[in-house]
Design a protein around this ligand. Structure first.
Ligand code: PLP
Length: 428
């Protein structure tokens, strides 16, 4: 028994399933999770002292690599002044200005402590602003675990085979309408049915919770036009894509302007941070200026703001996103080439610093139905063999992979060499 196995058994006695977030339990691939002791650069180290090249990056935040000196120093400096004040700070003003500079559609921004809080608050705001109850989301997209958003959601819920969760009253879920990703006609049909009842569309601009599915040409622009036609707000959920797909997020990459944007992960540099923001007239509807209530005891926490700001400043340096995109393309194309070399069919998607690979003979994967037909048993086998090789991928066929700037040539080459050995064994 490894130390990770021992810790998992011990954890299950006091923590449901032994974990504080379901996907960490390895239910999607079987076996028991690695307990992590420390991380540095492109590597994480488990409780048995084994080192892995990490493509999870704490599920997205660690875009500079783990334990980056600039973030660590910013945090240590902030700690000296106290951990939390529950009163405004200059750091929050600097953070708001930085976010607005990087994502121009955000004219005002409110900080929260998680991606779930960001999307939940943005939806409440959209409902309050439009005075409409219904929302439209997409099958396979995950936006956190707020009641209205856990309807046919992906990520952990999907991995566990529970598209929606007990505990959510039908009376709540009925206000959530679900369309097909990359299918504008499915959206139009819903709006034709409820022309004056839909407050907003919420979308992952690159879906990262049903593996990695970029939008097809014109899809996001089409949603924008539908929102304008029916007076609904467009919420782009950039919790995963924000500051990862490009400096201005997926909205900058694809050239589409939402009314509201939600952020998380990268914005906190590894600390618990989220944010939502957008059009000033809409944001003014939030308390204390407006009637829609939203609050947070630890929102805008100085340590979290310091970590996030240090990371965002580093991301504004010249050439960062070109580098990240080149590394991502290299690893995704490399996986496909290695699989194909051994006669294993594979499709890939990648954009900016995120990627996905699919065990399927389809050439392209553009929606959730296709993702669910991929060979998850083969993925699980591949997953564990890569883990043995010292490569830590997301433990689910429904999650995107993440690159960091700390992944250098040595790590990328070692990963592809490991993949080549694993595919050779799987092909036998
Ligand atoms: N939105 C998206 C697109 C996400 O990927 C996630 C989490 O993975 C969330 C929202 C929820 O964020 P959090 O887990 O910080 O609550």
């Amino acid at each position: 028994m490894t130390r990770s196995d021992e810790l998992f058994e011990q954890a299950k006695k006091t923590i449901p399933g032994g974990v504080n977030s379901p996907v960490r339990a390895f239910s999607g691939v079987g076996g028991s999770p690695r307990f992590i002791e420390k991380a540095d650069g492109a590597y994480i180290f488990d409780a048995d002292g084994k080192k892995y090249i990490d493509y999870v990056g704490s599920w997205g935040p660690m875009i500079l690599g783990h334990n980056h000196p600039k973030i660590r120093e910013a945090v240590l400096k902030a700690v000296e002044n106290g951990l939390s004040f529950g009163a405004p700070t200059e750091l929050e003003v600097t953070m708001a200005e930085k976010v607005i500079e990087m994502v121009p559609s955000m004219e005002q921004v409110r900080m929260v402590s998680s991606g779930t809080e960001a999307t939940m608050s943005a939806i409440r705001l959209a409902r309050g602003f439009t005075n409409r109850d219904k929302i439209l989301k997409f099958e396979g997209c995950y936006h956190g675990h707020a009641d209205c958003l856990l309807v046919k959601a992906g990520s952990g819920a999907l991995t566990l085979g529970q598209p929606s969760s007990p505990g959510i009253p039908e009376d709540f879920a009925k206000h959530t309408l679900t369309a097909t990703y990359n299918d504008l006609d499915s959206v139009k049909a819903i709006f034709e049915q409820y022309p004056e009842e839909i407050s907003c569309i919420i979308i992952e601009p690159v879906a990262g919770n049903m593996n990695c599915i970029p939008p097809i040409d014109g899809f996001l622009q089409g949603l924008r036009a539908i929102c304008d036609q029916y007076g609904a707000l467009m919420i782009i959920d950039e919790v995963m894509t924000g500051f990862r797909v490009s400096k201005s997020g997926a909205q900058g990459h694809y050239g589409v302007t939402p009314d509201l944007t939600t952020l998380g992960k990268v914005i906190g540099g590894g600390m618990p941070v989220g944010a939502f923001g957008g059009r000033k007239d809409v944001m003014q509807f939030i308390a204390p200026t407006g009637p829609v209530y939203q609050a947070g005891t630890l929102s805008g926490n100085p340590i979290a703001m310091s970590a996030g700001l240090a990371q965002m400043e580093a991301l504004c340096e010249e050439g960062v996103y070109e580098q990240l995109a080149a590394k991502t393309q290299y690893i995704a194309e490399g996986f496909k080439a290695a699989a194909n070399k051994h006669g294993i069919p594979m499709a890939i998607n990648y954009v900016g610093g995120m990627f996905g690979f699919f065990f399927t003979s389809e050439e392209t994967v553009t929606n959730f139905a296709q993702v669910t037909k991929c060979d998850t048993a083969l993925f699980a086998e591949f997953y564990h063999m890569m883990l043995d090789e010292g490569v830590y991928l997301a433990p689910s066929a429904y999650e995107a992979g993440f690159l960091s700037l700390a992944h250098g040539e040595a790590e990328l080459e070692a990963t592809l060499a490991a993949a080549d050995r694993v595919f050779a064994k799987l092909a036998k």
